[in-house]
Design a protein around this ligand. Structure first.
Ligand code: ACO
Length: 430
């Protein structure tokens, strides 16, 4: 990227010229790559609130306007008109597929849905009440042992095979983790079903009963997958990139992303949000929880509220709010008490000065949990479903990074504020 203008940094009586780079959308960025070598200075930015870690062509988030684009397309259009598998193609290869390209891609994902049979034994090593996220993190890491022939990151073909394997097998792995955690037998994938319908069947079918996926429900799940598919350089994606920058194999990198996603400030928030809505229980208890969220001496936060980037509204939350209404009516549960609490909580919070001042609005996790729970997933499955949806985003970002000639191992610097000049002998024998 060429720079058309410079920023001047003045430190004492010295001036440093720093190139200003202009991306295709979003604020310009000051290129500080030579700051240390030319000025012997570091930039200090904990939480990377003002730092772009890479150039990317995949996803763009405009937090002020509340826009999210995948490869230039608004997520609202994709959620309404596309399918998750088509969105996977778009994120991975940069353009929407032709009908033949889509068919070929879908076919290559579909024929890789089964996992190595020995992986079943690996599952059996976990405690029977293990959280599915713990299992998925471990099993994803272990894929490098089962699929060693696609771990050479310098080979584009191996990178491609690893990518397809992860996208294809993750629904199977997530469903197996779920089945294992509830003591039910694993269900093999059924390749004639859509990506979402196949996942639902692997989760909910039991050998003694027939199971039919309701198309409206699998479509709602597919929409959740689309809305979670990528979100530029969030914590888990940055984790994947950082892990990948050392040349680690793709399965290890995605396992690192899954581990990061589990945190309650990130993907774990949907589980925490539904727990909170249940704890609130009825609309008349909302003021009590709002009061707690505003109290600086209480570490309670309204889960599903606030976002590092969206300071207006999260477009994904808007779509999911509509979806929640549709799904609960479809399931004959339009008066669902938790949905009532959620709607009322949103209404009160967005009108409250504390939340307005801090620009805290519902995020994607606020309504996704209600939908997943209505479909029949327990809260422990919310973050695994997020991981399953985000895998394509992580892979697209990882592939972009590996193919970037500017790739360098990620190695942030620090401001050391600890002791210096200590002497072992003097400390031991004062
Ligand atoms: N409830 C109450 N107060 C909040 C909330 C909340 N959910 N979120 C932020 N605040 C307050 C903070 O206390 C702080 O107030 P102060 O200025 O008086 O100290 C102010 O808003 C700014 O908060 P930060 O933590 O600095 O904002 P940041 O951008 O670092 O955090 C985050 C964003 C982590 C998402 C935060 O809003 C949060 O914890 N939300 C709840 C968890 C959640 O829903 N996470 C899901 C995020 S979306 C995703 O990962 C897919």
């Amino acid at each position: 990227m060429n720079s058309k203008r410079n920023a001047t940094l003045t430190v004492g009586n010295k001036k440093y010229e720093l190139p200003v780079l202009s991306p295709s959308a979003g604020p310009d960025a000051i290129d500080i790559r030579k700051l240390y070598s030319s000025a012997n200075l570091f930039a200090y930015d904990p939480g990377f609130t003002s730092t772009a870690s890479c150039q990317s062509t995949i996803t763009f988030v405009d937090g002020e306007a509340g826009n999210l684009l995948y490869r230039g397309y608004p997520v609202e259009q994709l959620a309404k008109q596309s399918s998750f598998i088509e969105v996977c193609y778009l994120l991975l290869y940069g353009n929407l597929p032709s009908a033949e390209e889509l068919e070929e891609f879908e076919q290559s994902v579909t024929i890789h849905t089964m996992v190595h049979d020995q992986m079943t034994n690996f599952f059996r090593g976990f405690r029977r009440d293990a959280h599915p996220m713990a299992i998925i993190t471990g099993v994803m890491g272990a894929m490098s042992a089962f699929y060693h022939d696609s771990t050479d990151i310098r080979d584009p073909m191996q990178r491609e095979i690893a990518s397809i394997r992860m996208i294809a097998k993750l629904p199977t792995i997530v469903a197996m983790a779920f089945k294992y955690s509830i003591g039910q037998p694993f269900v093999f994938p059924k390749n004639r079903l859509s990506y979402a319908a196949n996942f639902m069947r692997m989760c909910f079918k039991v050998p003694c009963e027939s199971y039919k996926v309701q198309p409206a429900i699998s479509r709602a799940l597919d929409r959740i997958f689309i809305l979670h598919a990528d979100h530029e350089q969030n914590a888990s994606t940055s984790t994947v990139r950082l892990a990948g920058s050392s040349g680690a194999n793709p399965f290890a990198c995605i396992a690192a992303g899954i581990a990061c996603l589990w945190g309650p400030a990130h993907g774990g928030a949907n589980e925490a949000c539904l727990k909170m809505l249940h704890e609130i229980q009825s609309p008349d208890r909302i003021p009590e929880f709002i009061k707690r969220a505003k109290d600086p001496s209480d570490d309670f936060r309204l889960m599903g509220f606030g976002h590092r980037v969206y300071k207006n509204f999260d477009p994904r939350a808007k779509i999911l709010k509509e979806s929640a209404d549709e799904i609960l009516s479809e399931l004959g549960d339009a008066d669902n008490p938790i949905l009532k609490v959620a709607r009322e909580l949103e209404r009160i919070a967005v009108d409250d000065e504390y939340f307005r001042e801090r620009r805290l609005y519902p995020n994607v996790d606020f309504y996704s949990g209600i939908i997943l729970s209505a479909i029949g997933f327990p809260t422990a499955m919310f973050t695994p479903i997020f991981a399953l949806s985000r895998t394509v985003g992580w892979i697209s970002q990882w592939k972009e990074m590996i193919a970037d000639p500017a790739l360098k191992i990620g190695r942030p610097r620090q401001m050391y504020i600890g002791e210096t000049g200590r002497n072992y002998d003097e400390s031991k024998n004062p």
